[in-house]
Design a protein around this ligand. Structure first.
Ligand code: SAM
Ligand code: SF4
Length: 465
């Protein structure tokens, strides 16, 4: 096992050389890579570079079709839903792209009290959510890091009517191994942290002050989390800070490092693009903007490169981009989100948001849309609660066995949503989606799904296999 002082190797020269190698490849070579991608064993950096250089529309269409195939084979048609819960926008860092940066006077500072955390949680529960992503700036009220532990306890302890939060993921600043152990003991699901950019020079240019200015402290955080026993770690890139092609190859190196050191790579990859933020000029004019077509391409390539890692898309993106990327590889989405502390209870009245949203629809509207596209909205939290995390999860996922659990659990949690929270329109569309999904199942899976759904319709809750 690796020690915390060791640096995570990101070899910039090798990345540049690999990118140059990809450019000169012909259609036959691209098709060879796509044929390998269909085997769903992942791709090497050189192969990823070949796909990233594709610009011919017909060939690009083949890349997209292959991504659709792999997504469908591994994940079926389910999409997992979650809501972010911002507990605090206090921050001691100076990330030039973020409204929460220390010197930004245009944002009102606030850390929610535990009563306010419970109030926000109740509203999220009443929307129908079962998964929350706790988010905070990198500075806590006087009590320090234990504030986060108290928020976690409050969220898990909050019950409302028939609902509760069953999986809590966190996106907070890097911790020490001992602090990560406390986070694990608080029963978090995934610890999520975005490197923002893997390009050191660009990183230094946008992170001016505070602990976050230390590139190495941040890039080694997933190692410390795994050393502390947190199996599910999420990584991500803030696209727009540097060339997306470089970022994707650097991410591959980071994943490779985690696989070698811990036997398992990240559980999820998040793909935020820079969005306008109050008091940030760089967020409004990204130095390396990623076009919509390149964004779709990078999601598709990630799906092929690391087929078993979930890809998360937030409400930063518009409904159209979200719809298009579901098919290409996205497996988890947020919905009905607010990005300011207290934003669920106080709606638009409080101007403490982190960045602007591209999708303002309610959870019910998103679910209706997802179901109309024949995707099954899933609130399943079974894996984490049955200990199917880290290596155990991958052992089930890689031979394709996880799909048997996910499909039926997605249906039972979807029925739970429709029974308890669905509007009449969403219920009608949801029932059609459920019937179509059942028709696509084998006889045995259909039987299991029907048993689970009947139990939910008869009043049982939290039913899964
Ligand atoms: N403060 C912690 C940190 O920086 O890791 C965790 C919370 S921070 C609010 C979560 C993420 O928001 C950051 O990692 C960054 O990628 C993203 N973010 C910040 N400003 C953004 C912007 N203008 N547009 C899109 N995402 C942004
Ligand atoms: Fe603070 Fe995180 Fe925003 Fe940076 S991205 S200013 S660390 S909240």
């Amino acid at each position: 096992m690796l020690n915390t002082e060791q640096r995570v190797p990101i070899d910039e020269e090798r990345i540049e050389a690999t990118l140059a190698h990809g450019v000169r490849k012909d259609a036959a070579c691209v098709r060879e890579v796509l044929a390998k991608a269909r085997e769903m064993k992942g791709l090497k950096a050189e192969e990823v570079a070949v796909l990233m250089a594709v610009s011919d529309p017909d060939l690009l269409g083949e890349v997209f079709n292959t991504a659709r195939y792999v997504k469908e084979e591994i994940y079926g048609r389910r999409l997992v839903l979650f809501a972010p819960l911002y507990v605090s926008n206090l921050c001691s860092n100076e990330c030039l792209y973020c409204a929460f940066r220390k010197t930004n006077k245009e944002v009102k500072r606030r850390a929610l009290t535990q009563e306010e955390v419970a109030r926000e949680t109740r509203i999220i529960i009443d929307q129908g959510h079962k998964r929350v992503l706790l988010v905070a700036g990198e500075s806590y009220p006087v009590e320090g890091f234990p504030y986060i532990l108290r928020c976690i306890e409050t969220i898990y302890n909050t019950k409302h009517d028939r609902g509760e939060i069953r999986r809590l993921n966190v996106n907070i600043a890097p911790l020490t191994v001992d602090e990560f152990k406390e986070l694990k003991a608080a029963h978090i699901g995934t610890y999520q942290l975005f490197q923002e950019t893997y390009h050191r020079e660009s990183y230094a240019r946008v992170h001016l002050e505070g602990q976050k200015a230390d590139f190495d402290w941040r890039i080694t955080a997933p190692d410390r989390a795994m050393q502390a026993g947190i199996d599910d770690v999420g990584v991500g890139i803030l696209f727009g800070l540097f060339d997306w092609r470089f970022e994707v190859l650097a991410l591959m190196q980071h994943i490779d490092h985690l696989e070698k050191a811990f036997g398992v790579g990240p559980h999820t990859i998040s793909v935020p693009r820079l969005e306008p933020a109050i008091g940030s000029s760089i967020a409004c004019q990204p130095p390396h903007p990623v076009s919509d077509i390149d964004f779709r391409k990078l999601v598709a390539i990630l799906r092929l490169a690391v087929p078993y890692t979930g890809i998360i898309m937030s409400t930063r993106e518009t409904p159209n981009i979200r719809r298009e990327t579901f098919a290409l590889g996205v497996s988890q989405i947020s919905a009905g989100s607010r990005t300011n502390p207290g934003g669920y209870a106080e709606d638009e009245k409080y101007d403490g948001s982190q960045f602007s949203l591209g999708d303002h629809r309610s959870l019910d509207e998103v679910i209706r849309d997802v179901a109309e596209l024949d995707y099954i909205p899933s609130f399943c939290t079974a894996c984490y609660r049955l200990g199917r995390t880290g290596q155990d999860f991958m052992d089930l996922a890689k031979p394709g066995k996880i799909k048997d659990h996910c499909g039926v659990n997605a249906l039972s949690t979807f029925v739970e949503y429709l029974e308890d929270y669905g509007s009449p329109e969403t219920k009608a569309i949801g029932e059609v989606c459920i019937q179509k999904t059942l028709e696509s199942f084998t006889e045995q899976r259909r039987f299991v799904a029907e048993v689970l759904m009947d139990r939910v319709r008869e009043g049982e809750r939290d039913v899964f296999v």
